[in-house]
Design a protein around this ligand. Structure first.
Ligand code: C5P
Length: 398
C-alpha cells in the first residue's frame, strides 16, 4: 500500500519528535520514501543528522537557505510529495496552519501544498485543552486536514497524565495507509450507533440518560482511520460526530431502529448507543402544565425495539455484531448473559457505577466478552479503547 509513496514529514518541536525517527523507519520498511522538514524547535529535540540518516535524504530546515531554495524550494517540496505528515504537530504548527501563517519552512510548505495533510498532534494536556487549540482543531478539520490522536497517557516531559500524547508510530502508519485508501478495513462498511436517545414526554421534555456519545464517536473515528466506510447513527450526543463518516442524526429509539435498518447491509455493526428501554406512549402534544391538584402526570410506557437484537437476529446480519453492556454490578456475569440473549458476537462490558466516572467521562475500563471468554483491558482513554477495539474488528474481518 505504501510502496513508492512519497511522504513529506514535517517534524515539529516537542519531545515526541524522537518518535518521528521510528515513524520514518517504519514508513521506509513499507517501501515509502520519506523526505523531512524540521522546524527550528524540532532540532532542539532531534538532530537533522539522525533524521537524515533515516530518510537517506537531505533534511530541510530553513526557508531562507539559498542552496535549498535553489535546489528544491518549498513549493517543489510540497509538489513532490503524495502526502504531508506533521508528526509531532505542535500547538504552534496547528495554529499557524489554521491561521494561514507561512513565516518558516514548515508552515510555508503546509500553506503551499495541494496534497492531503495528516497531523499527529502532541502537546501538554492543557495546551491541547485550551480553547485556542480547540478552535484550531475545528478549523483544520473543516479545511480538510486529517488528524490522528492525540491519545491519553503519561506525558514524557512532566509525567502529567491527560490527553495530548502523540499517536504511536504504527497508528500513524495505519492512518497514512488509510489516507491512501488502504488500511485493514478498506472496502468494509461498518455501522456504529452512538449517544443517548431522547424519548419525549411533551414538546419540551424528554427522558434521556447520561451517555455523552464519546465512546461511540471515538470508535467511529478509529474505524474510519483504519480505512472503513462508516455510517454513524447518533442520538443527541454531547460530543460532536467525527468528520469523514456518514452521520445520521436521530432522536428516539424508534428513529434509531429505522436508521440502522436503512444503513444495512454492513460488514460489522458496533452498537455503542445507550438506547432508552422505554418510551412514553401518552406523550402530550402540548406542554404539560401543573393543574393545581399537586398530582404528577401519569405516564404510560411501552418497550422500545431492541436494535442490537434486531440486527444480530435479522436477515441482513453483519458478519460481526458488537454490543455494549453498561452495568453497575456483576458486570461479567450480566454481560455474558446479554451476549447470549441478544445474539451478538462480542459484548464490550463496562462498569458505569457513579464511582467509576465512566459514563460521560474520558476513560473507560472494559471487558471484552466473546466466544473465547472474558478479557479485561486496563483502564484507558476512550480513544485508546476505540483504537484497540477497531484493530480487533479489523482482525476479525480480515
Ligand atoms: O439491554 P441493554 O440496554 O443493557 O443492552 C445494551 C446493548 O444493547 C448496547 O449495545 C445497546 O446499544 C443495545 N441496545 C439496543 N436497543 C435497545 C437497547 C439496547 O440496540 N433498545
Amino acid at each position: 500500500m505504501l510502496a513508492d509513496k512519497r511522504i513529506l514529514l514535517i517534524i515539529g518541536g516537542g519531545i515526541a519528535a524522537y518518535k518521528a525517527l521510528d515513524l520514518i523507519r517504519r514508513l521506509r520498511e513499507r517501501g515509502a520514501s520519506v523526505r523531512a522538514v524540521m522546524t527550528a524547535a524540532a532540532q532542539q529535540f532531534v538532530t537533522p543528522l539522525s533524521v537524515g540518516a533515516l530518510t537517506a535524504d537531505h533534511v530541510f530546515t530553513d526557508l531562507f537557505d539559498r542552496q535549498d531554495e535553489q535546489d528544491v524550494g518549498h513549493i517543489r517540496l510540497s509538489r513532490e510529495a503524495d502526502l504531508i505528515v506533521v508528526a509531532p504537530a505542535t500547538a504552534d504548527l496547528m495554529a499557524k496552519l489554521a491561521q494561514g501563517l507561512a513565516g518558516d519552512l514548515a508552515s510555508a510548505v503546509l500553506l503551499a501544498t495541494d496534497k492531503p495533510v495528516l497531523m499527529a498532534p502532541a502537546m501538554n494536556p492543557r495546551m491541547w485543552a485550551h480553547p485556542a487549540t480547540r478552535r484550531n482543531q475545528v478549523q483544520l478539520l473543516a479545511d480538510g486536514v486529517r488528524l490522528i490522536g492525540p491519545g491519553r497517557g503519561e506525558m514524557a516531559e512532566s509525567g502529567e497524565a491527560g490527553e495530548g500524547r502523540m499517536a504511536e508510530p504504527l497508528e500513524i502508519v495505519a492512518a497514512i495507509a488509510a489516507a491512501f485508501g488502504g488500511g485493514p478495513l478498506a472496502g468494509r462498511h461498518v455501522l456504529v450507533t452512538s449517544g443517548p436517545t431522547h424519548e419525549p414526554i411533551d414538546p419540551v421534555r424528554y427522558i434521556a440518560n447520561r451517555s455523552s456519545g464519546a465512546q461511540g464517536t471515538a470508535l467511529a473515528a478509529a474505524l474510519r482511520d483504519l480505512g472503513a466506510r462508516v455510517t454513524f447513527v447518533t442520538g443527541p450526543a454531547v460530543v460532536p460526530p467525527p468528520v469523514r463518516v456518514e452521520v445520521v442524526r436521530v432522536e428516539t429509539a424508534r428513529e434509531m431502529a429505522s436508521a440502522v435498518e436503512a444503513a444495512l447491509p454492513a460488514d460489522a455493526a458496533v452498537m455503542a448507543a445507550a438506547v432508552a428501554d422505554w418510551r412514553v406512549t401518552n406523550a402530550s402534544g402540548q406542554k404539560l402544565k401543573k393543574d393545581g391538584s399537586g398530582k404528577p402526570p401519569a405516564l404510560d410506557f411501552a418497550e422500545n425495539p431492541d436494535i442490537l437484537a434486531m440486527v444480530a437476529k435479522g436477515s441482513k446480519r453483519p458478519r460481526l455484531v458488537v454490543g455494549f453492556a453498561a452495568e453497575t454490578a456483576d458486570v461479567v456475569a450480566h454481560a455474558t448473559a446479554k451476549r447470549a440473549r441478544k445474539g451478538c458476537d462480542w459484548i464490550v462490558a463496562n462498569d458505569v457505577s457513579p464511582a467509576t466516572g465512566i459514563m460521560g467521562g474520558a476513560e473507560n475500563a472494559v471487558t471484552l466478552i466473546s466466544d473465547q471468554g472474558a478479557e479485561t483491558w486496563p483502564r484507558m482513554g476512550k480513544d485508546a479503547v476505540a483504537r484497540k477495539l477497531a484493530a480487533r474488528i479489523a482482525e476479525a474481518l480480515a
